[in-house]
Design a protein around this ligand. Structure first.
Ligand code: HEM
Ligand SMILES: *[C@@H]1O[C@H](CO)[C@@H](O)[C@H](O)[C@H]1NC(C)=O
Ligand SMILES: *[C@@H]1O[C@H](CO)[C@@H](O)[C@H](O)[C@H]1NC(C)=O
Ligand SMILES: *[C@@H]1O[C@H](CO)[C@@H](O)[C@H](O)[C@H]1NC(C)=O
Ligand SMILES: *[C@@H]1O[C@H](CO)[C@@H](O)[C@H](O)[C@H]1NC(C)=O
Ligand SMILES: *[C@@H]1O[C@H](CO)[C@@H](O)[C@H](O)[C@H]1NC(C)=O
Length: 349
């Protein structure tokens, strides 16, 4: 039985159809480094889906973390807070799962981080680091809540930190110049900061239980969402930008009662409203910006970590193959072979 065969020509053909922009390197099954993550990425539904963390948060309306909470929003925020302590010049921090050592810092309030990490830890294996899972969580959150409008190529190879990193997650009461400096340390220009914040604050909201000075605690969790697309609290779309430029006073970090904590307002207006205006005017500009910036966010890793090429769906993928020689001289084979149809492929990636 031949267990290793070449899929190069098929994979190349499929990716051209999917509109892939990057060059293909030859894939030969099996690849210990990426096969498990490939399944998590592309087997979100149906057979094998229990092996993907996507089952927790996709589809987006799957609110199962308690009143006023949304799993996709928490996973995306977790990824940002893990990355936000990066110093790209020094080559430290980034997506390295150091957030696991930092949950008790006052820059990380809320149960969302712990629960995200507990959910993801169920998928932790020698072939799927916590840091890769955190990055994958951000990919699922943006993809699921945008119905595929945000599709971030996923590269593997992130390495888990052995301890906490330096502090440095932005807080809403900081002045604009500190936010600009903080995003520059993370590798983002002032204009990219505007985009990245809008792409994050399209999901979820501010919880009164964690920020009573911003959202008065009246009811359980008392969540005030960043925008009004709240069937299930969430849509990854440009409504947050549209409502900001139209002065709809929904966003508690833009129109809150205390000017000091209106960081979204200061950030969105920091270039005279240009970027947020473009995001409001054009859903496709919004989606393009978010795809690019979130990809850079998850690919921010410490010096010395090398990521793989983007993981492409394997066209034909065997799993759990097993052969037994029976006592009567016959051979029994079992296992499954996954075939990725084009139409499925276009919808999934
Ligand atoms: C100056 C920068 C930023 C500040 C000051 C800030 C501040 C905050 C605050 C105070 C909350 C409320 C958290 C809660 O009550 O649970 C929040 C929520 C959130 N932030 Fe940010 N944020 C910033 C940038 C970002 C970025 C860049 C992203 C991602 C790309 C992001 C993603 C999120 C998400 C998804 C939520 C909703 C969480 C939920 O509903 O559970 N934030 N942010
Ligand atoms: C998160 O988990 C840590 C470590 O188990 C614990 O000390 C902390 O109180 C938890 N934080 C929240 C907000 O639940
Ligand atoms: C992508 O976004 C557009 C514009 O917001 C929306 O009309 C469309 O339904 C979205 N696509 C999917 C597959 O949901
Ligand atoms: C929103 O408020 C600002 C500041 O008061 C004002 O300059 C702008 O014209 C308003 N925009 C709309 C659409 O009302
Ligand atoms: C506004 O928020 C800042 C920072 O949290 C706080 O120091 C200040 O007392 C608040 N002001 C009011 C009027 O609540
Ligand atoms: C041989 O043994 C296998 C396993 O016990 C059985 O499934 C199969 O029917 C047998 N075949 C013949 C020809 O007896």
């Amino acid at each position: 039985m031949v267990l290793s065969y070449r899929l190069l020509s098929t994979v190349t053909k499929l990716s051209l159809v999917a509109g892939s922009a990057y060059a293909e390197s030859e894939y030969i099954w099996p690849n210990a480094k990426t096969d498990l993550l490939e399944s998590m990425l592309y087997e979100q539904q149906g057979l094998g889906s229990g092996n993907s963390p996507a089952t927790f948060i996709v589809p987006c309306e799957k609110v199962n973390f308690g009143t006023g909470r949304n799993g996709a929003a928490e996973w995306l925020r977790t990824a940002y807070h893990d990355m936000a302590t990066a110093d790209v010049v020094a080559g430290t921090g980034g997506i390295d799962a150091s957030i696991g050592f930092e949950v008790n810092r006052d820059e990380n309030p809320g149960v969302g981080f712990n629960e995200t990490l507990v959910n993801l830890a169920a998928f932790l294996t020698p072939r799927s680091s916590m840091a890769d899972l955190i990055a994958l969580g951000a990919v699922f959150a943006a993809n699921g809540c945008s119905n595929g409008n945000v599709t971030i190529p996923f590269r593997a190879g992130r390495v888990d930190a052995k301890g906490p990193g330096a502090p440095g997650v932005p807080k809403p009461e900081q002045p604009l110049d500190e936010h600009i400096t903080s995003f520059q340390r993370q590798g983002f220009t002032p204009q990219e900061m505007i985009g990245l914040v809008a792409c994050g604050h399209t999901l979820g909201g501010v919880h009164g239980v964690d920020f009573p000075e911003i959202v008065p605690v009246a009811t359980d969790q008392n969540t005030q969402t960043f925008d009004t697309t709240n069937s299930g609290m969430n849509a990854f779309d440009n409504t947050v930008a549209v409502q900001f430029v139209n002065n709809v006073t929904q966003n508690p970090l833009a129109f809150g009662h205390n000017e000091t904590t209106n960081s979204d307002g200061r950030i969105f207006n920091s270039d005279g409203g240009e970027v947020i205006g473009k995001m409001a005017d054009s859903p496709s500009y919004f989606y393009q910006t978010c795809t690019t910036l979130l990809e850079r966010m998850i690919n921010t890793v410490p010096k010395g970590v090398t990521l793989t090429d983007p993981i492409q769906p394997i066209a034909v993928k065997p799993s759990k193959l097993f052969a037994t020689i029976n006592s009567n001289g016959t051979m029994t084979m079992s296992g499954s072979i996954r075939v990725c149809y084009l139409v499925l492929l276009r919808r999934v990636i």
